[in-house]
Design a protein around this ligand. Sequence first.
Ligand code: 13P
Ligand code: SF4
Length: 311
Amino acid sequence: SLQGVDLLAEIDRLKRERNAVILAHYYQKPEIQDLADFVGDSLELSRKAAETDADVIAFCGVRFMAETAKILSPQKTVILPDMDAGCSLEDSCPPDQFAAFRAQHPDHIALTYINSSMEVKALSDIIVTSSSAEKIIAQIPESQKIIFGPDKHLGGYLSRKFRRDMLLWPGVCIVHEAFSETELLKLKAEYPEAPVAAHPECPAHIVDHADYVGSTSGILDYAKTMPGDTLIVATEPHIIHQMQKAVPHKLFIGAPGADGNCNCNICPYMAMNTLEKLYVALRDLSPRIEVDEELRLKAKASLDRMLEMAS
Ligand code: 13P
Ligand code: SF4
């Protein structure tokens, strides 16, 4: 039993002993964000994982993020507090079906969201995150046909913004899919001065009401620089913790789901990570990400293209 263990002190001790770095996504619980060495969006976390000179990366995020860290830093031990921390977008895109889809469209390149398995990354040409996608698409010649997967909402948003037809894989994020347009409009009526910031994983009926659309780090920047002092936030509500730390005098309101509150928009996968599991993972160096070398090299090629094109 972990009763009586001072988790914060033990995590700190083990971190030094193992020469570990703790990376956390903005959707992690506040207590995990607060003890992490670095908190960021998917692109920033990939860059940190590629650069770090630590021996161990303790990744407080979901499995595809920890897997990306291992693909970019294979000599490091990468641990994930809960190996079941998956992602609905990854689940929506089984590699064999994605391979068949690609084979049906041999004249298309595959531009793939980082929220996907290593196998799907290995079948892709260029990976994108929500903060790098626009810069990357702008570098692809107009005549080049594109398959975009697995997030149909991010793909649809990019298609509309760039007026470019892309073949979209029909995946969704269950978290961003759960925002209610009716409830959002009620909230806007209650706070008529408050802008809305939305993540592009939201469906069009939410994004259409947004004053700012961008990645988690983009939304966080917007929270710091926006006009006024109240913001409606249409993304996973744990990011509000960073907003509140950065600008304590402002009011941040999570956009609601159909039940009128934002609890249904908590990512159940991100929420699997706890201080207890992080402590055990650092103690046992397990659960640990292991990858097949041939697949890793293929997935790395498409991730490297992202890192080059996004820089
Ligand atoms: P970003 O932090 O890159 O915007 O990604 C959001 C997300 O849903 C991660 O799963
Ligand atoms: Fe996947 Fe959505 Fe959770 Fe991000 S918030 S990990 S996209 S299910």
